[in-house]
Structure formats: structure tokens, C-alpha cells
Design a protein around this ligand. Structure first.
Ligand SMILES: C[S@@+](CC[C@H](N)C(=O)[O-])C[C@H]1O[C@@H](n2cnc3c(N)ncnc32)[C@H](O)[C@@H]1O
Length: 472
């Protein structure tokens, strides 16, 4: 091992070299809290004192994870790497989860970025194509791009596709300035609005949205009249952006506040509750959301190299869409009877003019299809058959011996516990996959992947299937 000079200040890359690991591995250890964060210089760059560097070297020498370098060779079974994956603490109990663009839009049951980050690092190489076939809000895609992989995301929910595109957008400085100017415009107008009654005395500000409202007969049921006016105004401004990237980001920032200013109780509770949102507050919230999204997008844009591409495909997987050849899949699939994204996102989709009824028909696992009084009568076998179809399709696009990772919990159907990892694994066998590994992880209470009224599940599985079929 190299000697560390007591007067040195070392960069992350230098310390990684001394520790004998890749820089990305050291960054993951830092994110996961496995080694302590070092100092930062006035530009925000990390630097390590000799003592801090020595601590990393010591950790690298003591950790099983660090002492077993992983070299993936196509065609070899996963077994040699099991020790490496098993050594990771998958609970990531104190890890930060909303860095970069991860926090710009809420999304029920999104997984923590540390999970796809670790799987991508261990099971793929720089330049590979990593897909999330149920990409939701794009967590895997963000991690893949920052780890220098190409990314492919698929989702049947058009809102998921919008968020995923925005979170992986590389924007220019002029686009960022335009977005921040819009945020300022929204704040200024929000601050100038007066509560109903007082506005009789003063001329009302001119709204560009005039009489446009989304075609939705329950608009007044879910929104207060001033909130409707302010949302319509903010949306009209977002649509004025000629460039698609900036427009998507503005629309995502808009969508991020819709549930909070509506009467919908929360992102995962579709019941009505009065919130008494003050006049002007909707525009002020939009301003904050847009500023946050823009800053995050700028930070992401500085980090990601443009040569790594991201493709987001809006499609129902059961329609077996065309996709590129993949090296790795990392996803958290929908679970039977757990979530109803078409319901939780209803008001957002209505405002954004998205085809919510189509997504309602396409959505796998929704509570509507699996609840005991459902006319659809879906069962665990329905879910397994859907996965058999999806995995047969996937086997044709995932490289031979490539891995497909599913972060999945159990669910409760008609009082019975359903082990979804078993169902997916069995469906995989019929499609030419073998189960290579299964890891249990504990979820933090606030990050439960299940609606607590349906099933209080606190653990989930990371199921890793290896493609033994497929095209060569
Ligand atoms: C658990 S979420 C994924 C969350 C994602 N891992 C994240 O971090 O944001 C499951 C996703 O599956 C999508 N989905 C459900 N049915 C689908 C279908 N038939 N085809 C494609 N996607 C579907 C849902 O829209 C939802 O976004």
C-alpha cells in the first residue's frame, strides 16, 4: 500500500486509488455512510486529510466487500459475486435519498437510490445499457447515468414518463435562467394577489390563462376556486416554453404541487380534506418547486456526461414494446393490491391532459383490480401470468447471462399473504431465467412500500434472476 504524506490533502480519486477501489465504490460508501464524509473546500469539492484517507484505507482492508474485487465476465454464473453482494448492508438506514434530481417530484413506492446504485455498480460496467422496465419516477435512470451507463426507462403511466424525462434532463444555462425567471414571475404574481373580497378594491391582475380549465367534472370538488385560477395560470406559462426540455421540467415542477394544493389528503390517500390554501400560495409553491427542480437539474447536468443517453418509453409492458438490447435490468415492479397510481395521480393527469382512463386499464397490480369487491377478480395467478409474459419478452432483449433485479415485497390478497418474489421467480423459470440470488432488506418505517391499511410489510426482497435464454 502507498504511504500517505502527513501534509497532504487528497482528492476522492486519490483516496480510492490508495484504498484499491474504484472511485464510484468510494462514493457509494460515502453515500451509504460506511465511511465518514471528509472535508469540503470552498468550491464544495471533497478533500481528505491523511487521517481521513487512512480511515478509508482501513475500511477497505477490513471490509469483505472491498477485498473481493468484482470482475463480471459474460457467461459466468453469479456465484463468485454472491459474497460481494451479500456483504452490502442493503437497509441503507441513514442514507440521503433526495440528492441530485431524486427529490423534485413525489412518487409513491419509489425505491431509495442506493439500491439501484449498488446493483448497477456491481452487476454492470461503464458504457453498458441499464433499464428499469417499471421506471416510475426514474430513480434507476438517474443512478445509471451518473454511473456512466446508458439508461432505458419504460412505464405505462404518462406522468411517470414525464418525471423520468425531467429527472434525467441535461439543461443549458440559458434554459435554467429562463426557468428561474418563470419562478420569479410566479412568486411576484402570487405575492400581489389579494384574498377574495379585498380584491374588489384593486384591479385584478391579468391572467393569461383566461377561461381555460381542464375538462374534469370534479374540478370544483377537488380544488378551491382561487387554486384553480392560479394552477391554470402557472400551467399556461409552462406551456409557453418552446423547448421541450425546459417545458417538461416546468410541467414536472407544476405537477409536483398539484396534490398539495388540492383537497386530496395526500399522495397515497384519495380522500377529500379541506386545506384552506391562502390566495397566492399556489403560485408561491409553484415558484419554490420550479426553483428546486431547476437547481437540481443544473447539478445533475454538471455531473452527467452527454455521451450517456437516456431513453424513456411510454408503454404498457403487456403490449411487449420494442426496446434496445439491455445489459442489466433494475426495477421495483407494481405489487398486487398495493397501489393505484391511476387514482393517486388522477388530479395531476387531468391538469396535464394525460390519458388517465387508458393508464387505469393498463396498470398492473392496482388495488382496483385486486380488491375483494373488484369485478376484475384478479388473483395471484393473474399477476404470475402477467410476469410470465413480461419475462419471456424481456429474455429476448436482455443479453445472455444478464441480470434482472426486482425489488419486491409481499402483499395481502383476500386475507392471504402473497410472496411476490416467489411468483416472479417461478414466472422467470418458465421464461428461461434462473434465480441467482435473493436478498432480504428492511425498509425504514417512513419508506414502507405498502399502504399500511393493506399490509404492514417492513421487509422486501431483492430478487436477482439470470437470463439463461434469450437471443445471442
Ligand atoms: C413501484 S413503481 C416503480 C417506482 C420506481 N422504482 C421509482 O423509483 O420511482 C411501479 C411502476 O410500475 C408502473 N406500471 C404498472 N403497470 C404497468 C404496465 N402494465 N406497464 C408498464 N408499467 C407499469 C407504474 O406506473 C409504476 O410507475
Amino acid at each position: 500500500m502507498n504511504h500517505i504524506d502527513a501534509s497532504q490533502r487528497l482528492s476522492t480519486a486519490e483516496v480510492a486509488r490508495l484504498a484499491g477501489v474504484h472511485k464510484d465504490t468510494l462514493l457509494r460508501w460515502l453515500r451509504a455512510g460506511l465511511v465518514r464524509e471528509p472535508h469540503r473546500d470552498r468550491h464544495g469539492w471533497r478533500y481528505f486529510t491523511p487521517a481521513e484517507a487512512q480511515a478509508v484505507v482501513n475500511f477497505a482492508q477490513s471490509s469483505t466487500e472491498a477485498t473481493q474485487p468484482l470482475v463480471l465476465v459474460a457467461g459466468e454464473p453469479l456465484t463468485p459475486y454472491l459474497g460481494k453482494l451479500a456483504a452490502i448492508d442493503w437497509d441503507f438506514a441513514d442514507a440521503k435519498t433526495s440528492y441530485l434530481t431524486h427529490g423534485i417530484h413525489p412518487y409513491p413506492a419509489k425505491f431509495i437510490p442506493q439500491i439501484p446504485n449498488a446493483l448497477i455498480q456491481e452487476l454492470s460496467s461503464v458504457g453498458d445499457t441499464v433499464a428499469d422496465i417499471f421506471c416510475g419516477s426514474g430513480t434507476t435512470l438517474v443512478e445509471a447515468l451518473t454511473l456512466k451507463r446508458h439508461a432505458v426507462g419504460i412505464d405505462a403511466n404518462p406522468l411517470a414518463c414525464l418525471i423520468s424525462k425531467s429527472k434525467t434532463t441535461v439543461i443549458s444555462e440559458s434554459e435554467a435562467l429562463d426557468l428561474l425567471a418563470l419562478a420569479q414571475r410566479a412568486r411576484t404574481l402570487g405575492d400581489s394577489l389579494l384574498p377574495t373580497g379585498e380584491d374588489d378594491l384593486f384591479p385584478a391582475p391579468r391572467f393569461v390563462s383566461t377561461a381555460w380549465r381542464p375538462a374534469f367534472d370534479k374540478l370544483d370538488f377537488w380544488f378551491e376556486p382561487p387554486v384553480i385560477e392560479e394552477l391554470a395560470e402557472a400551467l399556461a406559462w409552462c406551456r409557453e416554453f418552446a423547448g421541450e426540455l425546459a417545458r417538461n421540467l416546468a410541467l414536472t415542477a407544476f405537477s409536483a404541487i398539484v396534490v398539495a394544493v388540492s383537497k386530496q389528503d395526500s399522495d397515497t390517500r384519495y380522500v377529500r380534506r379541506d386545506k384552506n390554501i391562502p390566495t397566492g400560495e399556489t403560485l408561491r409553491r409553484f415558484a419554490r418547486s420550479l426553483e428546486q427542480a431547476t437547481r437540481a437539474a443544473v447539478e445533475f447536468s454538471q455531473l452527467v456526461e452527454p455521451r450517456f443517453r437516456c431513453e424513456v418509453i411510454a408503454a404498457n409492458l403487456l403490449d411487449l414494446p420494442e426496446i434496445p438490447r439491455l445489459d442489466l435490468v433494475v426495477c421495483s415492479p407494481p405489487y398486487p393490491n398495493a397501489y393505484s397510481y391511476h387514482l393517486y395521480h388522477m388530479t395531476r393527469m387531468v391538469w396535464l391532459g394525460m390519458d388517465q382512463p387508458k393508464f387505469k386499464r393498463d396498470e398492473i397490480g392496482s388495488h382496483r383490480k385486486y380488491s375483494s369487491n373488484s369485478r376484475n377478480g384478479a388473483t395471484a395467478q393473474t399477476f404470475k401470468a402477467e410476469f410470465a409474459r413480461i419475462l419471456r419478452w424481456l429474455a429476448g432483449s436482455l443479453k445472455p447471462s444478464g441480470y434482472a433485479c426486482f425489488v419486491v415485497g409481499d402483499s395481502t390478497l383476500k386475507g392471504q399473504r402473497i410472496h411476490n418474489a416467489d411468483l416472479i421467480s417461478e414466472a422467470g423459470q418458465a421464461a428461461g431465467f434462473v434465480e441467482a440470488m435473493r436478498i432480504d432488506r428492511t425498509m425504514q418505517a417512513s419508506k414502507k412500500a405498502f399502504n399500511p391499511t393493506i399490509g404492514k410489510i417492513k421487509t422486501e426482497n431483492i430478487l436477482i434472476l439470470e437470463n439463461r435464454g434469450g437471443r445471442t
